[in-house]
Design a protein around this ligand. Structure first.
Ligand code: GLU
Length: 271
C-alpha cells in the first residue's frame, strides 16, 4: 500500500515537471544557452528579408528581437517561418519567439501568448492599375494570399463570392498576379507596400484604398511562458519610452525610405 502511494506521488511529480517543462521559462533557458531562437519571415521587406549585400536577414521585426536579445545578453539565431508554420514551430520548441508579421487576435491567443502591439497596419489588396475601384469589382474573382494568415480568413468573409488561392507566402501570390492567374493579392498594407516597392514592373500595379481589417502585430511566445512575456513587454515599453521603437520605425518606414508610413500607434501596456 505504501509502495503504491509512493508510486502515485512520483507519477504526480513527474506530471507537474512535464507540464512546467512544456511551458518552460524561455528567459532563463535562453540566457543559459546564450541564444534566443527567433522565427521570422525572410522574404517580406521591410519586416524580414535577405539583405542583398550582407546576405543576412534584416528588417523591422529583426530589429525588435535584436533589442530584446541584447537586453538579455544573448545572441539571436534567425529561423525562417511561414504564416502557417510559425505557431507549430513555437509550440514544438523549434523557436523561442515569433517575430513574423503576426497579427494578435483572440483565436490565436488561445494557443500562444502575445506581447503588446509593436506594429499596426490593416488589410488591403494589390491589383492591376485601374482594375479595382470597390470590393464589388472583386466579386467572383480569384484572389491570392498566404496559408494560415488572417488575410486568408478576412478576405473569405469580406468577399464570399471570391475564390481564395492560398500560397506559402506573399511573394508567390504576387507572382500569380503578375502571371494573370489571380485578380488581386491581399494581405496587410505594409507587406503589400514592401512587395510593390521591390517589383520590377511596379508601375502596372496599385494598392487601392480599400481596407477590410485592422492588423495589430504582436511578438508570439509559448502559452504560460510568463517570465519571458513580462520581460519582452517591459523591454518594448522601455523602447517606446526611450525613443528606440520610433527610431526603428523611422529606419524602415520613415521619410527617407521607400515606404513612407505614418506611425499611427504607440506601444502601450494592455494593447
Ligand atoms: N498579419 C497577418 C497574419 O498574421 C498577415 C501577415 C502574415 O501572414 O504574416 O496572419
Amino acid at each position: 500500500m505504501k509502495k503504491l502511494a509512493t508510486l502515485f506521488m512520483i507519477m504526480a511529480l513527474a506530471a507537474i515537471t512535464a507540464k512546467s517543462a512544456l511551458a518552460g521559462d524561455t528567459l532563463a533557458e535562453a540566457k543559459k544557452k546564450g541564444v534566443l531562437v527567433v522565427g521570422c519571415k525572410d522574404s517580406l521587406p521591410p519586416f524580414g528579408y535577405i539583405d542583398e549585400k550582407s546576405r543576412q536577414i534584416v528588417g523591422y521585426d529583426i530589429d525588435f528581437v535584436n533589442a530584446i536579445a541584447k537586453k538579455m545578453g544573448v545572441k539571436v539565431e534567425l529561423k525562417p517561418v511561414t504564416s502557417a508554420s510559425r505557431m507549430p514551430q513555437l509550440q514544438e520548441g523549434h523557436i523561442d519567439i515569433i517575430a513574423a508579421t503576426m497579427t494578435k487576435n483572440a483565436e490565436r491567443a488561445k494557443v500562444i501568448d502575445f506581447s503588446h502591439t509593436y506594429f499596426f497596419t490593416g488589410q488591403k489588396f494589390i491589383t492591376k492599375k485601374g482594375s479595382v475601384k470597390s470590393l464589388k469589382d472583386l466579386d467572383g474573382k480569384r484572389i491570392g494570399t498566404a496559408k494560415g494568415s488572417t488575410s486568408e480568413q478576412n478576405v473569405k468573409k469580406a468577399i464570399p463570392t471570391a475564390t481564395v488561392l492560398s500560397f506559402d507566402d506573399y511573394p508567390q501570390a504576387f507572382l500569380a498576379l503578375q502571371q494573370g492567374k489571380v485578380a488581386a493579392v491581399t494581405t496587410d498594407e505594409a507587406i503589400l507596400a514592401g512587395i510593390l516597392a521591390k517589383a520590377p514592373n511596379k508601375a502596372q500595379f496599385e494598392i487601392p484604398n480599400l481596407q477590410i481589417s485592422d492588423e495589430p502585430y504582436g511578438l508570439g511566445m509559448r502559452k504560460g511562458d510568463t517570465n519571458f512575456v513580462n520581460f519582452v513587454n517591459k523591454t518594448i515599453l522601455e523602447m517606446e519610452k526611450n525613443g528606440e521603437a520610433a527610431k526603428i520605425f523611422d529606419k524602415w518606414f520613415g521619410p527617407n525610405t521607400q515606404f513612407h508610413l505614418q506611425r499611427n500607434f504607440k506601444i502601450t501596456a494592455g494593447k
